[in-house]
Design a binder for this molecule. Structure first.
Ligand code: AMP
Length: 405
């Protein structure tokens, strides 16, 4: 497991040191207001630890995509500094600076006392950030003695603020959130308590090819739902009407079905589907007409939009006796309440099981939280893309860059 042999904030003494802590404050904003603060809350344990240990805590993060100068005003981290101050019960000074690490930020760092906290401007104000450019990496390194990476959500990317900076700082460690994410996901994939059930959904097979292949080797049961299930249904020889299908991946799905058989793994595919006659419009089709049919009887002019009741029962049953469950991706077009029953059923099954349950970020995390099952899961990842790459068995650059124990 990659991160367990990485140094963490527990392995260093930051008293009087300038600590640059890369967090994932990439939160949704509406009219300057944070609409989901899970990522801020998840970052608190590391920040509190660094404050308690007497570090000068310099926080940084990206926020959204910054492509042009015009994007910048709506992508400032200023609202995050304000909310973070409230959550911490201590001022988080916002170091407004168009250069992120320019004269203003440097002056703010210079003036810091032990235990104080500042937040730098959105790292993507600097175009080099996403290119892992040397100048910005050096700028970031120049204002700190120690680097802490607690941004799991970006750990699958090699950018200045999570990877480049480590080349110019002597001490680089991971924070508690990063540690927790990797312990849960790492244990699930590399050392699971069995039976280990993996559930994959979402739109396209193509996005999850490596996850399917890797999880099939690691798990005992692999459950497939969502849009990608219909390419599998086609591979099983069924007509799937106008359901989402990736024709170039039908062969791949056949190979996976054969691989599961060869490895003696259970591969569960939908046996029935909730169908509609068109893809629902989010506003006009709130009460879209549906018909539930067996998966081998989807009419030519209809599309599979959710797993049907027999499939829901079968999937819930498979989860019941599991000891470890990992879930990534919705079972249907859950944005429409009529087509959310499959996703709800899986969320409920996970809430009801005694297994260690791990939600791999993104839509499934949002669904679980919306349904009020959030606190019944063992772990909800803060990183959709990062958790998927982890489930693919890839080493994440943001983790690899931290010092080994
Ligand atoms: P992903 O980003 O790959 O996890 O996909 C999430 C998206 O998949 C959601 O927006 C769902 O609406 C969509 N989705 C789930 N099931 C289906 C389906 N049967 N047909 C088309 N899209 C689907």
């Amino acid at each position: 497991m990659a991160a367990l042999n990485k140094k963490s904030v527990d392995d260093i003494n930051v008293k009087g040191q300038r600590v640059l802590c890369r967090c994932d404050f990439n939160v949704p904003l509406k009219d300057g207001k944070i609409t989901d603060e899970n990522r801020l809350v998840a970052a608190l344990p590391t920040i509190k630890k660094l404050i308690a240990d007497g570090g000068k805590v310099i926080l940084c993060s990206h926020l959204g995509k910054v492509k042009t100068e015009e994007d910048k005003p709506s992508k400032t981290l200023a609202p995050v500094a304000k909310r973070l101050s409230e959550l911490l019960g201590q001022e988080v000074r916002f170091a407004a600076d168009p250069e992120v690490v320019g004269a203003n930020a440097r002056a703010a760092v210079e003036a810091m006392k032990d235990g104080e906290v500042i937040l730098l401007e959105n790292t993507r104000y600097r175009a080099e950030e996403t290119k892992n450019g040397e100048a910005f990496s050096k700028d970031l390194a120049s204002i700190c003695d120690v680097f802490v990476n607690d941004a799991f959500g970006t750990a699958h990317r090699a950018h200045c603020s999570n990877v480049g900076v480590t080349q110019f700082v002597k001490t680089s460690v991971v924070g508690y959130l990063m540690q927790k994410e990797i312990e849960f996901l790492g244990n699930a994939v590399e050392n699971p308590v069995r039976p280990f059930v993996a559930i994959l959904g979402g739109a396209k097979v193509a996005d999850k090819l490596n996850v399917i292949a890797n999880l099939l080797e690691k798990c005992d049961t692999l459950i497939i739902g969502g849009g990608m299930a219909y390419t599998f249904a086609k591979a099983q020889g069924y007509e799937i009407g106008t359901s989402l299908c990736d024709d170039s991946k039908v062969e791949y799905c056949k190979e996976m079905i054969e691989k599961a058989e060869k490895l003696g793994k259970k591969l569960l595919l939908p046996v029935d589907a909730v169908t509609t006659d068109h893809f629902p419009d989010p506003i006009d089709d709130a009460a879209i007409e549906t018909q539930t049919v067996d998966v081998d009887k989807i009419p030519a002019d209809r599309m599979g939009m959710d797993i049907g009741p027999k499939t829901r029962e079968m999937y819930a049953d498979a989860v019941k006796n599991a000891k470890t469950v990992v879930w990534n991706g919705p079972m249907g077009v859950f944005e429409n309440p009529v087509l959310a029953e499959g996703t709800k059923a899986v969320a409920k099954a996970l809430a009801d099981t005694d297994a260690t349950t791990i939600i791999g970020g993104g839509d499934s995390a949002a669904a679980v939280n919306q349904l009020g099952y959030g606190d019944q899961m063992s772990h909800i990842s803060t990183g959709g893309g990062a958790s998927l790459e982890f489930l693919e068995g890839k080493e994440l650059p943001g983790v690899a860059a931290a010092n080994d124990r």
